[in-house]
Design a protein around this ligand. Sequence first.
Ligand SMILES: *Cc1c(COP(=O)(O)O)cnc(C)c1O
Length: 406
Amino acid sequence: MIPFSPPHIDDKIVEEVVAALRSGWITTGPRTKAFEKQIAAFCGVRNVLCVNSASSGLELILHWFGVGPGDEVIVPAYTYTATAEVVIHCGATPVMVDVRPDFLIDVGKVRAAMTPRTKVVIPVDIAGYPCDYEELNDLVNDAAVRAQFNPSNELQRMLGRPLVMADAAHSLGAWYKGRRTGALADVTVFSFHAVKNLTTAEGGAISFNLPAPFDTEALYKQLCTYSLHGQSKDALAKTQIGNWRYDVLDAGYKCNMTDVAAAMGIVELERYDREILPRRRAIFEQYAEAFASDPRFQVPEFANADKTTSYHVFALRLVNATESQRDAVMQHIFEQEVAVNVHFIPLPMLSVYKNRGYKIGEYPVTYDNFSREISLPVYYDLTDGQVQQVVAAVKNAADKVLGDRI
Ligand SMILES: *Cc1c(COP(=O)(O)O)cnc(C)c1O
């Protein structure tokens, strides 16, 4: 069986994890701090905070910004549930908008969904392809949007407009107009979950890129504390002689990264640009070449004059197929020992959102993208021979279900 997305675990990672385990310090400590600095340098920002997942990073920022009951947060209907769940956890309302045929949030629809209650917009870089950040940043800075913004605390007053928080769970290393994700929105949250491009088993990071007068260094320190129970000193600082006494400044959360996890991340980030992204890119290009000439398939856009993907998900679509035909094609692919996936089941099709009144019929492009989508395996250890095996399995499956219609 060709698996969908196994992690790339080699001796170097094992050695670094063992070194962390043997070092005498396994929770947040020097390795986490080093990893944060490396991510910041990679993204071209000053401050990055590591946390235990993207979900907790997204939620931490919403709490920090003071999002609560009565507030609205705009999210795409086409994303993973984490993007919207964190909004619900804050007591606020996710306002879903449709995406475009390239899977990314439709900025015109974000504009139409904005109300005086809109506090945050969460664009999602689906498959690793960055959203239109220039348009999004222009939108939140638009005079009419600023005029209707209704701040409910000092931070919101200071920003004077909705916050743009990128869900970059897929897009570490992607480019947009000469800058990397992490430096494109006010705040960007990455995921290092086991299936993501760079993994620490579970983990995430928050990149700060807020405009003046926000002090991102001070914000980093504040959120460090906030991610550790609001305690004034972390466990490592308390081990210093005479430094045992602490205070608790705030009712914080507990979502810090461990040094065991950071040990994996350091190894992976070090070779990310040199080895991981080029291999993923080569796989994308082989798939693109194999499917572009076959009219039964639609190859996803993954680069243009402004953008380059991080090659996270190869979101192939069938042309003119129904959802049940897509499901049948997937079944035939699985029967040929190739694991495929769908990214994602739209939020309005999941019970938790259906029960809250969201209706998939209101998001036609989201549904169309979903109903024809099949995500193909992409990972560092996938060989060229296996790529060709995947291509053959997909084409065979299409022959069975769709025939050779044009
Ligand atoms: C994986 C994922 C998340 C959540 O990441 P975790 O680190 O597992 O919390 C959020 N958004 C999207 C789009 C994802 O794919």
